[in-house]
Design a protein around this ligand. Structure first.
Ligand SMILES: Cc1cc2nc3c(=O)[nH]c(=O)nc-3n(C[C@H](O)[C@H](O)[C@H](O)COP(=O)(O)OP(=O)(O)OC[C@H]3O[C@@H](n4cnc5c(N)ncnc54)[C@H](O)[C@@H]3O)c2cc1C
Length: 423
C-alpha cells in the first residue's frame, strides 16, 4: 500500500462525521486520507434503491428540526428536504384511531422533568412523578423508541438538555427525497481522488506526540494526526479498537455513555393496499400496543407502497435473527391493519433490513448518556496530546448527539481542532 507523503491526518471512518471533517480539512488545504472498514461510505446513513428506484433508508431517515449544520450542507449541495406530514394513529383496544391525545400527554410529562444536582435515570424520575400506569408506560415507550435507550439507564439531565436545545421545532421531521445518502455522496465527491480507502478495518492505533501509525487488516498508514470517528459501540467493544499506549483518559467517559439499540424494517409492497376501500387517509405514523414492532410509518409520498417498522431500546435484543424480525414485522402489521399474513406476503415485493446491533462496525444504533454522564461527551471529544482527535455523534455536546446533525457538527469541530494543532 502506498500512501501520499503529504498526508497530514488519517481519519478513521467514512460516515457523516469523517466525511464532514475530511471536506473541511481539504478546504483548508490539509490533505487527509479516510480509512473505512466497510466496502461503502456513509456508515449509519445507508440509502439503497427500491424496485422502482426510489430511495429506501436502512439507517437514518429523518432530519429532526432545523439543525444549522445539516441545512447548510443541504443548501450548499442544493438538496431538497421536505417536512414530514401525515396523521398520527394509535391502535388500542378501541381499534385504529387518530391519535390526538398522546402528544399532549407526553409533553406534559416532559415539562415536569427537571435537571437536578444529582442526576437520575428516566425511570426513577417517572416513578417519583406518580403518573397513571398508562401515562408512565407511554412516556417509557417514547424514550425507548426515540432515544433507543434503556429507561433504567438514560440520564434525565441529558434528556432535559436535549429538549432545551431542540425545543418544539425539533419535533418537526424532514426527509430528503433523494435519500440521506445524497449528502454523503456530495461530501465524498468534494474530496480529491484517492482520499477514501475502503475495506480498511482499523485494528490498532500506535501513537506518540505528532506521530501515528494506523494498522488495518492489510496495511499500515502513517501521519501526524489521527481523527477517530468510529461509533461508540465499536470503541466500547472489548478488543475491537486498540490504542498503544492505551487510552486511559477515555475510559471513564466510555463507561458513562451507552450505545442504544434500534431496529427498523421496510416492506416494499406491490401497492399501498392499506389505503384501499375508503381508507385513503391512512398515512403517517402508527403506534400499536402489545406487539413486537410497535411503531410504523408510511413512505415519503402518500401513495408510496412502503411501510417501515421501528423498535428501539433493549427489547431489540429479544428479537433474535433478522429473519425473525421480518416475521414479527408482518405479524405486527397484520394486527395493525386487520389483514392476514398470507395476504400481506402475497403483496410483499421486497424487505429491507440491516442488523445494526451485531454489525461489527456499528455495534448498536446511536448513543445516549447514562446517569451522571453529561460531561462524558465532551471528555470523549477532547484531543489527546495534539495528536489523537475524536468525532462522531457520541462526541457532540451541543445537544444534537445521536443524530446525523451531531455527527456533522462533531466532524467540523474536530477538523478545526486539527487545523489549529498544525499551525
Ligand atoms: C436504524 C437507524 C436509524 C437512525 N435514524 C436517524 C434519523 O432518522 N435521524 C438522525 O439524525 N439520525 C438517525 N440515526 C443516527 C445516525 O445515523 C447517526 O447518528 C450518524 O449517521 C452517525 O454518524 P457518524 O459519522 O458519527 O458514525 P457512522 O456513520 O457510524 O460512521 C463511522 C464509520 O466508521 C466506520 N468504522 C467502524 N469501525 C471501523 C474500523 N475499525 N476501522 C475503520 N472504519 C471503521 C464505519 O464503517 C462507519 O462508516 C439512525 C441510526 C440508525 C442505526
Amino acid at each position: 500500500m502506498t500512501q501520499k507523503k503529504d498526508c497530514k491526518a488519517l481519519i478513521i471512518g467514512a460516515g457523516a462525521a469523517g466525511l464532514a471533517a475530511a471536506e473541511a480539512l481539504t478546504r483548508a488545504g490539509k490533505r487527509c486520507v479516510i480509512l473505512e472498514a466497510r466496502n461503502r461510505i456513509g456508515g449509519r446513513i445507508w440509502t439503497v434503491k427500491g424496485p422502482d428506484q426510489s430511495p429506501i433508508e436502512l439507517g437514518a431517515e429523518f432530519i429532526h428540526g432545523r439543525p444549522r449544520v445539516t441545512w447548510d450542507i443541504l443548501k450548499r449541495f442544493r438538496i431538497k428536504a421536505i417536512p414530514v406530514s401525515g396523521v398520527r394513529w394509535r391502535k388500542g383496544e378501541e381499534g385504529l384511531k387518530r391519535d390526538s391525545n398522546s402528544w399532549g400527554s407526553l409533553s406534559k410529562v416532559f415539562s415536569r422533568l427537571k435537571s437536578t444536582r444529582k442526576d437520575r435515570s428516566f425511570l426513577d424520575a417517572l416513578e417519583k412523578m406518580k403518573l397513571s400506569p398508562a401515562s408512565k408506560e407511554m412516556a417509557e415507550r417514547f424514550v425507548r423508541s426515540y432515544h433507543a435507550a434503556d429507561t433504567r439507564k438514560i440520564s434525565v439531565n441529558d434528556l432535559v438538555f436535549q429538549q432545551e436545545v431542540s425545543g418544539e421545532s425539533g419535533m418537526q421531521g424532514y426527509r430528503i427525497p433523494q435519500g440521506y445518502g445524497s449528502l454523503i455522496k456530495n461530501l465524498a465527491a468534494a474530496l480529491p481522488p484517492g482520499s477514501i480507502q475502503l475495506n480498511q478495518a482499523v485494528r490498532e492505533i500506535r501513537w506518540s506526540r505528532n506521530k501515528v501509525e494506523v494498522v488495518t487488516q492489510k496495511s499500515r498508514f502513517k501521519a501526524e494526526r489521527v481523527l477517530v470517528t468510529v461509533p461508540l459501540g465499536v470503541l466500547k467493544y472489548p478488543g475491537a479498537f486498540v490504542f498503544y499506549p492505551a487510552l486511559k483518559a477515555k475510559e471513564a467517559a466510555l463507561k458513562k455513555l451507552e450505545m442504544g439499540l434500534a431496529a427498523r424494517v421496510s416492506f416494499f409492497f406491490r401497492e399501498p393496499f392499506w389505503q384501499k376501500g375508503g381508507r385513503k387517509n391512512l398515512s403517517g405514523f402508527f403506534q400499536l400496543e402489545k406487539t413486537a414492532i410497535p411503531v410504523w410509518w408510511t413512505g415519503l409520498f402518500k401513495d408510496s407502497p412502503v411501510l417501515t417498522g421501528w423498535l428501539g431500546g433493549p427489547e431489540v435484543q429479544k428479537l433474535g435473527a433478522p429473519k425473525l424480525f421480518t416475521r414479527r414485522g408482518l405479524e405486527s402489521l397484520s394486527g395493525l391493519f386487520y389483514f392476514d399474513q398470507k395476504f400481506l406476503k402475497s403483496k410483499l415485493l421486497r424487505t429491507y433490513f440491516h442488523d445494526w446491533s451485531s454489525d461489527p462496525f456499528s455495534r448498536g444504533a446511536y448513543s445516549y448518556c447514562g446517569v451522571g454522564g453529561m460531561p462524558a461527551r465532551k471528555e470523549l471529544a477532547r484531543p489527546v496530546d495534539k495528536t489523537l482527535f475524536f468525532a462522531g455523534e457520541a462526541t457532540d455536546d451541543s445537544g444534537e448527539a445521536s443524530t446525523v446533525a451531531g455527527a456533522f457538527s462533531s466532524g467540523l469541530r474536530a477538523a478545526e481542532e486539527i487545523i489549529s494543532s498544525l499551525i
